[in-house]
Design a protein around this ligand. Structure first.
Ligand code: FES
Ligand code: MG
Length: 590
């Protein structure tokens, strides 16, 4: 049949085309080829799809349980148009979807599971190149991690942010306004009726959170790393230009297969330096730190917390978006989006880093428009702050590091000495938070243990503990909080996160007791527990004889996760997933 004829580019006489979908699936002349083609024909494809053209896997994290990704089926149709247009053969397939707002106990517990799904689906199927359709927080890094371990040509298309939230004539930001409204209700400044009414105004279109939370941040990271077409990150989910750029992405991935332009060509150390600097300029999420470390681990790029701290220093904070600032993603797009930011900080970037366009980041950015609104995207000469990105702290309380998002913190608390009030679980804290007799004042340092990758398990976003009610009623809006947890990219406050090693594996965080003095000095990058070493040694001995309770994880994914997850400073990947094995599969499908 014509279906089995080799493509014009085939070196068929002496072997294959070099195209895996053809050589190992659709171009085979034997029983296996019959099977591979025949069952595909059941979908009504014509003969040409088997002629050796690039097969593009459209890896879709669509799910109605991930509302942020609910429109990705439609976006996939636009990608397919582009793939057909460029002479490719698109095949869409589902992978695990992770929704921040529904999934218990935390979507982060499953990021690595998604990455495994993506990795095995890409490797095991007749796919020459991949488009990753992502949106909600974990879907972007999880998909990239999996694709990086296979290393076929890969292009990311994020789903885009929701339209700005609106409530009583004001713009309200996803997540950020929830934290604020909740605090206002606790302080008696907002009625329960208004609180309920704000729900529908906040989420009024398809798309991911429209603050500079983790989803928007990771969309920007995908673009800054060079994995997403220039100008893609900020386009609202419902803007027709989102669909147009998805079609372009479909065209471009076919060319990328012809050029054999792979993640390992793009995800260099320079690309990570660009991403970290872009994250400082946009005031992006602390979660990007963990995700970038994990992605770097997959491609074998040496990346440490110290690199990230050093790269972020001196980068001007330019983008005035919530939760650190004022505006939202719609405003960011209209102001020029990420290309305008990259253009501003170009002298700080590795401009030669190659991207999915086949050109360097410098070339991509040179051809874009300048900032349209300098209130939303500041000029380098008029920044919102300098070196206000995520700082890495070290000290006897966090020997392997901790992070703090400076732009989201209170200036006056960046150097602070206070007495610890310790909670061994978030549930314990939640029971105490409303207690009028809680022994706490505005200078107290709230400490939360056992909320790290192994301890929870899954490292939930609980690090921005609600201000205790009695203080909220007095008007206290921020306090120093320290934990081995993460916090939502939409959250804010003087919140020290990702303390490593975590309490559950015996990190010094486990040894803190109520009443201990803690010193935070962000300019000096230190986090110090003011307790003598001798005393800490005594506490450690006692801790070892009575380790903290953890969630049962005696079977299934949780067991695999708890036994193999790495600490926050290493990216919380599973230890055996670090690295890549490429796309080859020695055996036939049987
Ligand atoms: Fe999905 Fe925020 S909940 S992006
Ligand atoms: Mg989240």
């Amino acid at each position: 049949s014509a279906g089995a004829s080799p493509s014009p580019t085939s070196a068929a006489a002496g072997g294959g085309t070099g195209r895996r979908s053809f050589d190992h699936w659709f171009g085979e002349k034997d029983r296996n080829g019959f099977i591979h083609r025949s069952w595909m024909r059941a979908q009504g494809f014509s003969d040409e799809v088997f002629d050796g053209r690039p097969v593009i896997g459209i890896c879709n994290t669509w799910s109605e349980l991930t509302p942020c990704n609910a429109h990705l089926r439609r976006l996939a149709e636009s990608v397919k148009r582009g793939v057909w247009q460029a002479g490719g053969f698109p095949l869409e397939f589902p992978v695990m979807s992770l929704g921040e707002t529904m999934l218990r106990p935390t979507a982060m517990l499953f990021r690595n599971l998604l990455s495994m799904d993506v990795e095995e689906s890409l490797r095991g199927n007749p796919i020459d190149g991949a488009v990753l359709l992502t949106g909600c927080d974990k879907t972007t890094p999880g998909s990239i991690m999996g694709a990086a371990s296979v290393d076929l040509p890969t292009l990311v298309v994020t789903g885009g942010p929701m339209l700005n939230g609106k409530f009583r004539g004001c713009d309200i930001g996803s997540g950020t306004a929830v934290w604020r409204f909740t605090q206002d209700v606790n302080a008696g400044r907002m009625t329960q009726e208004d609180y309920a009414a704000a729900e529908s105004g906040m989420s009024r279109s398809n798309g991911h959170c429209m603050t500079m939370g983790t989803a928007s941040t990771m969309a920007c990271m995908a673009e800054a790393l060079g994995l997403q077409l220039t100008g893609s990150a900020a386009i609202p989910a419902v803007d027709s230009r989102r669909y147009a750029i998805a079609q372009q992405a479909g065209q471009r991935i076919v060319q990328m297969v012809e050029e054999d332009l792979k993640p390992s060509d793009i995800l260099t150390r320079d690309a990570f330096a660009n991403a970290v600097r872009a994250n400082a300029a946009i005031g992006g999420s602390t979660n990007a730190v963990i995700h970038l470390l994990a992605i770097a681990g997959r491609v074998g790029v040496d990346l440490t917390l110290d690199d990230m701290d050093e790269w972020a220093r001196g980068v001007p904070w330019l983008v005035d978006l919530q939760p650190s600032g004022k505006y939202l993603m719609e405003d960011f797009y209209y102001a020029g989006g990420l290309p305008a930011v990259m253009r501003e900080i170009l002298p700080l970037l590795k401009a030669d880093a190659i991207t999915v366009t086949g050109k360097s980041i410098g070339d991509n950015v040179a051809n874009t428009e300048r900032t349209v609104d300098t209130e939303v995207i500041r000029a380098v000469g008029n920044p919102l702050g300098s070196g206000a990105g995520t700082a890495v702290l070290k000290g006897n309380l966090a020997p392997d590091g901790a992070v703090i998002k400076q732009s989201a913190a209170s200036e006056r608390l960046l150097q602070h000495r206070g007495k610890a009030l310790v909670f061994s679980s978030i549930e314990e804290y939640d029971l105490a938070v409303d207690d009028p007799d809680l022994d706490v004042d505005a200078d107290t340092v709230l400490v939360l243990q056992n909320s790290g990758p192994r301890g929870y398990p899954g490292m939930p976003e609980v690090g921005n503990m609600t201000i205790p009610r009695k203080l909220a009623e007095q008007g206290v809006e921020d306090m120093v909080r320290i934990s081995d947890a993460r916090m939502s990219g939409t959250a804010y406050g003087t919140v020290v996160l990702h303390v490593a090693p975590e309490a559950a594996v015996g990190g010094p965080l486990a040894l803190v007791q109520t009443g201990d003095w803690i010193e935070l000095d962000v300019p000096a990058r230190t986090l110090h527990l003011d307790v003598p070493d001798e005393e800490l040694a005594k506490r450690r001995a006692a801790w070892q004889s009575a380790p903290p309770p953890t969630q049962p994880a005696d079977r299934g994914w949780a067991r695999l996760y708890v036994n193999h997850v790495t600490q926050a400073n290493q990216g919380c990947d599973l230890d055996f997933l670090i690295g890549r094995t490429g796309s080859a599969v020695a055996r036939q499908s049987h």
